[in-house]
Design a binder for this molecule. Structure first.
Ligand SMILES: [Zn+2]
Ligand SMILES: [Zn+2]
Length: 130
């Protein structure tokens, strides 16, 4: 099994997802195609893909890292009940606080994460019914 093959299968599986899966979720699906792959290999490849900017690693309020096949800047909504993570519309523009040069001195700022959270459509509907 070639490493590049493993990496492309992992990427292909991730690209079928819109729900920002965890490495564990991806592992069980990748294993259907590559039965001998280990969880460690899946993790390592996900780290590589995200550090090279092909995918995005989400370290949001949940416990587990989640992965996103879309590396472009976009915002997420996390449901605090079912832990689902949805994309918010791509054209959403948020004005972030301006960081002046004094605050910035001696620091290297690479980016920012912004997370919206609450109840997803399904959980909100359940809350109203119950
Ligand atoms: Zn929910
Ligand atoms: Zn996303």
């Amino acid at each position: 099994m070639r490493n590049t093959e493993q990496k492309s299968v992992i990427l292909e599986v991730l690209q079928t997802h819109k729900d920002h899966p965890t490495a564990d979720q991806l592992y069980s699906e990748v294993r259907e195609r590559l039965p001998k792959i280990s969880l460690g290999t899946v993790y390592r490849n996900l780290e590589k893909l995200s550090s090279s900017g092909v995918i995005m690693k989400l370290e949001l309020g949940g416990n587990q890292k989640r992965f996103d096949p879309n590396p472009m800047d976009h915002y997420h909504f996390r449901c605090i009940t079912c832990s689902s993570i949805e994309d918010l519309p791509q054209d959403l523009k948020v004005d972030l606080p301006d960081i002046n040069s004094e605050t910035r001195s001696n620091r290297v700022i690479l980016g920012t994460t912004l997370e919206y959270y609450g109840y997803c459509e399904e959980c909100a509907a359940n809350k109203i019914l119950n």
